[in-house]
Design a protein around this ligand. Structure first.
Ligand code: CA
Length: 205
């Protein structure tokens, strides 16, 4: 985890709400405008830069907002991706009734919003299409936001989750965060076959 000041913590959650779901929490109680945030991240390998640009990508996350952020747009409960000059940030929060909300950051409007209509865990899937240069966001299998181009941002190519919000607070439970780069099928089959052959040869020795 990076960022980090004392009031931002992370750790395991077991059998959340008795649902049988295990998760990892990030609790942002920090309000320092410079240091009150912290998130986990994974760099995209250099070798995959071209694949990401030409084949597209999919970001998947299953998240529960467990302590209402003071600012639903503040990214204290956050999942996102940075690549090719853009930040694709999902800022999760709640409305006045506790229903989980999504703010998808973008240039111009600042963000586009979607209300899931309930609390608890929700599944977010972002599909980026390199042919049109934008993504569609599905929430629990329903198209929520389309033609989303994210926010202009030049930085390291990373997938990250946790808190991106220095001044704002909130707590999220993350049961899944996944980033996939579609690979043409013939390549995948060839790799599998090769792996199988190598395994067999080793066993004969
Ligand atoms: Ca904070």
């Amino acid at each position: 985890m990076i960022g980090i000041s004392e009031p931002v913590t992370g750790g395991p959650v077991t059998d959340d709400l008795g649902l049988g779901i295990d998760a990892w929490y990030v609790d942002d109680d920090g309000t320092d405008s410079r240091f009150g945030w912290g998130h986990y991240y994974q760099y995209i390998p250099w070798a995959q830069y071209e694949e990401v640009q030409t084949d597209g990508w999919k970001l998947t996350a299953r998240v529960r907002v467990s302590e209402a952020p003071d600012d639903p747009n503040g990214a204290s409960v956050f999942v996102g991706y940075v690549g090719d000059g853009a930040l694709y940030a999902l800022s999760l929060g709640t409305d006045a009734s506790g229903n989980q909300t999504l703010n998808a950051w973008e240039d111009g409007t600042g963000s586009r919003t979607y209300n899931t209509g309930s609390d608890g865990y929700h599944l977010y899937e972002v599909f980026y299409d390199p042919n049109v240069g934008s993504a569609d966001i599905f929430v629990d299998g329903t198209e929520a936001i389309r033609d989303w181009a994210g926010k202009t941002y030049y930085g390291d190519w990373v997938v990250s989750w946790g808190s991106l919000g220095p001044a704002s607070t909130g707590r999220g439970h993350y049961s899944l965060v996944e980033f996939e780069v579609p690979v043409p099928e013939p390549t995948a089959i060839a790799t599998l076959t090769l792996g199988g052959l190598l395994f067999l040869r080793r066993r004969r020795r």
